[in-house]
Design a binder for this molecule. Structure first.
Ligand code: ADP
Ligand code: ASP
Ligand code: MG
Length: 442
């Protein structure tokens, strides 16, 4: 199916108030047919998590208090969003039905299954609100229910064949619609239960849909003018990167650039669909284009990933031994813990992980093979760009910027796109600032 349509995803801040929703409506009604993916209004998913926390702790009063407060907020949004009594009523009915539904979960046993249902309400509400608003404005828009086509398999991975078939069937129901609105983040799992694509997963929804309809472009609209060359929350004077290769974008997203969910690059890359990052608050800003084209000889950006733990296994028996690394890796595999960085020497190996759920078991098992030491509260700093080994000078520049910072591990040569440093979290700010100065501002 080659629809040639664009898929546009708007994040939480982009639909975070009635006024923002009106701005988005204006942006998407330019006469082009399109699929629009929306997140929940900003703060909503966090509040739904909070409600679930109270219910896990068997405190329905606590949950109800937050539910009431959130509902009151939505009533104000409804009042501001719609102009006519007819649509104000439709909006109020929409809100009431979702909040009554949430309340129905405060009475019984609360498990992971119920939590997923609660978390899904944010996107169901925001898309319902936007669809009514467009209809009130006379736009021919329809709601495509993501729960009818977005599905994961037994490994909790999206099922692209199912998604393509079911989405196509949904689109065919409304051949004359101009705008299709659908929910980001939410899906059904292999058992047909309501589930989600993990926090921040609306970006993933957009790229899965883009690949399924062979879109001409996937646009991720957010609150900043594209991928910046360093984390704008930490470093001043960052600037947007105009162009990234899919791998570069994937490295940055994986290593902490929050603007993109790490999973969302792969479907777009395989379908060779360009991804554009754009700013809802400044729609004419150029943003960032992510595609298969490489810009030679350029360092593009720096990102940081927190909450990393480093583990070193030292073994005199490793000297000239084969099979040692396999034994070490098998331990991590058996606890479903993935490794981010790895460095080896003849007498030991260091790895970094971010999931410490099974850390104690892993350490116990590793101790069979050598002396084990652990460094907590570390962070990975990732420098991304055209870092092909034959290009000279780039590693030296990055290393030089780190000259005053204690570096626990360095990883280079794993791909052509990055060099990573493992440092203490408390040195992160200084490292990011120093790299910005050395790589972009001199
Ligand atoms: P949305 O709700 O639209 O999905 P997010 O909050 O997930 O938006 O992502 C946008 C935010 O990502 C920005 O406001 C910015 O603070 C943060 N961010 C972190 N690193 C970067 C970066 N390198 N470039 C741009 N934004 C970044
Ligand atoms: N609303 C979800 C979240 O806050 C998904 C998303 O916004 O991408 O995580
Ligand atoms: Mg996001």
């Amino acid at each position: 199916m080659n629809t040639g349509m664009k898929v546009l995803k708007f994040g939480g801040t982009s639909v975070g108030s009635a006024q923002r929703m009106k701005d988005v409506a204006r942006l998407i009604t330019d006469g082009e047919r399109k699929i629009v993916v929306l997140s929940a209004m900003s703060g909503t998913t966090n509040t739904l998590v909070e409600i679930s926390d109270y219910l896990y702790k068997k405190n329905p009063e606590g949950a109800n208090e937050i539910i009431n407060r959130l509902e009151a907020k939505y009533r104000r949004h409804i009042d501001e969003l719609y102009a006519t009594p007819e649509y104000k009523q439709k909006g109020m009915d929409l809100i009431k039905s979702h909040f009554d539904y949430i309340r129905s979960y405060t009475k019984d046993l609360f498990t992971l299954f119920e939590e997923k249902v609660i978390l899904a309400q944010g996107e169901l509400i925001s898309t319902g609100m936007m669809n009514y608003y467009l209809q009130e404005c006379g736009v021919n828009s329809v709601l495509l229910p993501a729960l009818e086509f977005m599905r994961t398999d037994k490994n909790a991975e999206p099922d692209p064949v199912y998604i393509k078939d079911k989405l196509r069937a949904q689109l065919e129901l409304y051949p004359d619609a101009d705008i299709y609105i659908t929910q980001g983040f939410i899906c059904r799992n292999a058992y047909g239960e309501i589930d989600n694509l993990q926090r921040g997963g609306s970006d993933y929804t957009a790229s899965l849909i883009g690949a399924a309809v062979n879109a001409s472009e996937i646009q991720i609209w957010t609150d900043i003018d594209g991928m910046h060359n360093n984390d704008p929350r930490i470093v001043d004077n960052t600037s947007p990167v105009r162009h990234l290769q899919f791998e570069e974008a994937a490295e940055l997203a994986y290593f902490g650039a929050k603007i993109l969910h790490p999973t969302c690059i792969q479907p777009a890359k395989y379908a060779n669909i360009p991804v554009r990052l754009l700013n809802t608050m400044d729609p004419s800003a150029e943003g960032t284009l992510i595609s298969n084209d490489t810009e030679k000889g350029k360092i593009k950006a720096v990102a940081a990933k927190d909450n990393i733990t480093a583990i070193k296994i030292k073994s005199s028996r490793m000297l000239l031994a084969y099979g040692f690394l396999r034994k070490v890796f098998e331990i991590f595999e058996s606890y479903q813990t993935s490794i981010d960085m790895i460095c080896t020497s003849e007498v030991g190996v260091s790895v970094s992980i971010d999931n410490v759920k099974h850390l104690n078991e892993i350490l116990d098992d590793l101790k069979k093979y050598g002396t084990v030491t652990v460094d907590r509260d570390m962070c990975i700093i990732c420098v991304v760009g055209d870092l092909e080994w034959e290009n000279v000078g780039f590693e030296a520049k990055a290393l030089d910027a780190m000259r005053d910072i204690p570096v626990r591990m360095i990883s280079y040569g794993g791909s052509n796109y990055n060099i990573s440093f493992l440092i203490r979290e408390c040195d992160k700010k200084e490292a990011l600032q120093s790299l910005s100065k050395a790589l972009f501002n001199e």
